[in-house]
Design a binder for this molecule. Structure first.
Ligand code: UDP
Length: 463
C-alpha cells in the first residue's frame, strides 16, 4: 500500500453519463486503494464532475480535476450528446483534445492513464510519452465477446443468415442466435462506425490492458474466453457499488418527492421505467407504454426525457395515483435500491443492467441500439434475470421502428410484476446474483482481489 500511495493515475472519461459515471466511480476506487487520482475534463463538464468529486474530499479520499482547454467549440461536453445520432459529431469534437491531453501528460507525468474505450487516439499519445495506458470498457465481457466474434465472422465473410433472417454466432461458450434486424448494420456492411470499432480494438491490443466494469461471477465463461484469446483485462466491478451518488442528488427537493412516494408503496410493487440518458421513444410509443401500464395496473415510476407537452399528457394519464413521472434526470441507483421497486423496464445500457442486478431487481428489457441487444441476451438467456418486451429492431432512430403495442407492454409488465411463479423465480435468481456482486467487491472477493493485482502491476511498471 505504501508504494501505491505514491502512484498518480490519470482518468480520461468520455463526457457522456453512461461513460462518465462509472469512470468517476473507478477513480474513486483507485483513491480508496491509496492512489492519487486526477480526472481530466473540459471546461463545460467541470461543474458536473466537481459536484461529485467534492463528496470524496469530504470523506477523505482525494480526487483531483484537471481541465483540458480545447481549441474547439466545446462540443465535447455531454450536454451536446442528447441523442445517439449526435455521437459521431461528439466523438469528432473529442479530437480537439489531442494537444491538451499530450500537454497534460508531459507536464504531470502520471504513472498510468486510464482512458475511455472510445478514445482510441489516447493510446498513441500515451505511448509517445512512455506512459502506460489502460483502456476502460463501459460494457461487459459478454457483449465484448459477441462484438469481437461477429467482427471476425464479418472479416472472414462468414456471418450466416438463414432464410428466417436468423444469425448464429459460433465460437462462444453459448450458441447465440439473434435476428438480423437486431444487429448493428456494420456487421453486414463496412460502414464508418465499424472502422471506428476496429480502431478501438487495435488501441486495446497496443495498450497495457483493459479494465472492465463487471464481476467474474456474472460472466465467468466470457471472462475466461477473453483471456483465452489473449486479452489482458481486470474486472473490478460492479463500480456502482463504490457507492457514488448520481448527479441528480443536487436536486434534493425532487429526490425527497420520489423517496416519499416510494416509501408509501408496498415491497416489490413498483415498476421503474427509464431508457437511459440518450434514448427518446417516440410520442406514439410513449402512448402505447402508458396504455400498457394502465392495463397492467401496477404502480410505476417513469423517467421521461420527452418534450414538456408529452410529459404533461402522461401526467394526466397517471393522475389516478398509480404512477409518478420524473422529468429529466432521476436518482436511478437510489431508486433501484428502494425496497418497493419490483421491476425495471430498461433499454439495457450496461450501467443500468449492472445497477439492476446489484440491487436485486428483475428486468423487463427494451433494447434500442449500441450493444444493448447483446446485454439483453445475457440478461434473458444466460442469467435468466429478466423478461423481454420483444423488440426486434436495432436502430438509433426510434421513429423508423415498428411501434411496440400496448398488449405487448402489458404482457411484459405482468410477467415481471404479477405475483406468481415467474416473478418468484426471477427474484430468486437476481437476488442470488446481487449477493455474488456484493461479495465480489468485499475484501477477498473476486473484484477486490483483481483490483489489488492491478495496483501491484501498475507499481511494477513504474520500477
Ligand atoms: N441515469 C440516472 N438517471 C437518469 C438516467 C440515467 O442516474 O435519469 C444513470 C444510470 O443510473 C446509469 C447511467 O446514467 O448509471 C446510464 O448508463 P447506461 O449504460 O445504463 O445507459 P446510457 O445512458 O449510456 O445509454
Amino acid at each position: 500500500m505504501a508504494k501505491s500511495q505514491e502512484l498518480h493515475i490519470f482518468f480520461f472519461p468520455l463526457m457522456a453519463p453512461g461513460h462518465l459515471i462509472p469512470m468517476i466511480n473507478l477513480a474513486n476506487l483507485f483513491a480508496l486503494h491509496g492512489a492519487k487520482t486526477t480526472i481530466l475534463t473540459t471546461p463545460k463538464c467541470t461543474s458536473l464532475i466537481q459536484n461529485q468529486i467534492n463528496r470524496f474530499h469530504l470523506s477523505g479520499h482525494s480526487i483531483n480535476l484537471l481541465v483540458l482547454s480545447s481549441s474547439g467549440k466545446g462540443n465535447e461536453s455531454n450536454e451536446n450528446l442528447t441523442s445517439p445520432e449526435l455521437s459521431t459529431c461528439f466523438l469528432k469534437a473529442m479530437d480537439n483534445l489531442h494537444k491538451p491531453f499530450n500537454q497534460a501528460l508531459k507536464e504531470h507525468q502520471p504513472n498510468c492513464v486510464v482512458t475511455d474505450m472510445y478514445l482510441p487516439w489516447t493510446q498513441e499519445i500515451a505511448s509517445q510519452n512512455k506512459i502506460p495506458r489502460l483502456l476502460f470498457h463501459t460494457m461487459g465481457y459478454f457483449a465484448l465477446c459477441v462484438i469481437e466474434t461477429l467482427d471476425n465472422h464479418a472479416t472472414n465473410g462468414c456471418v450466416n443468415v438463414d432464410q428466417d433472417e436468423i444469425v448464429t454466432v459460433h465460437g462462444l461458450p453459448h450458441l447465440l442466435q439473434m435476428k438480423k434486424s437486431q444487429l448493428h448494420d456494420s456487421v453486414f456492411t463496412r460502414k464508418k462506425f465499424s472502422e471506428f470499432v476496429e480502431s478501438v480494438t487495435e488501441s486495446e491490443l497496443r495498450s497495457h490492458g483493459a479494465i472492465v466494469n463487471t464481476f467474474y461471477e456474472l460472466e465467468s465463461q466470457y471472462a475466461d474466453h477473453r483471456k483465452k484469446i489473449g486479452r489482458k483485462s481486470w474486472h473490478v466491478g460492479p463500480l456502482s457499488l463504490v457507492n457514488l451518488p448520481s448527479p441528480s442528488q443536487r436536486n434534493c427537493h425532487e429526490r425527497m418527492r420520489i423517496m416519499t412516494w416510494l416509501d408509501s408503496k408496498q415491497l416489490n410493487s413498483v415498476l421503474y421505467i427509464c431508457f437511459g440518458s440518450l434514448s427518446h421513444p417516440t410520442k406514439i410509443q410513449l402512448e402505447e407504454i402508458a396504455h400498457g401500464l394502465e392495463n397492467a395496473n401496477h404502480h410505476f415510476i417513469w423517467v421521461m426525457r420527452a418534450t414538456e407537452e408529452d410529459v404533461q399528457e402522461k401526467e394526466t394519464l397517471t393522475e389516478q395515483g398509480k404512477g409518478l413521472v420524473i422529468k429529466g434526470w432521476a436518482p436511478q441507483a437510489e431508486i433501484l435500491s428502494h425496497s418497493s421497486i419490483g421491476g425495471f423496464m430498461t433499454h439495457c445500457g450496461w450501467n443500468s443492467v449492472l445497477e439492476s442486478i446489484t440491487r436485486g431487481v428483475p428486468m423487463l428489457t427494451w433494447p434500442m441500439f449500441a450493444e444493448q441487444f447483446y446485454n439483453e441476451k445475457l440478461v434473458i438467456d444466460v442469467l435468466g434475470v429478466g423478461v423481454k418486451v420483444g423488440v426486434q429492431e436495432w436502430g438509433m432512430r426510434e421513429e423508423e421502428k415498428e411501434v411496440i403495442g400496448r398488449e405487448m407492454v402489458e404482457r411484459g409488465v405482468r410477467r415481471v410484476m404479477d405475483e406468481g411463479e415467474e416473478k418468484q423465480r426471477l427474484g430468486e435468481r437476481v437476488n442470488s446474483m446481487k449477493e455474488k456482486a456484493r461479495r465480489a467487491v468485499e475484501k477477498g472477493g473476486s473484484s477486490c482481489v483483481e483490483m489489488e493485482r492491478l495496483m501491484q502491476e501498475i507499481c511494477a511498471w513504474r520500477s
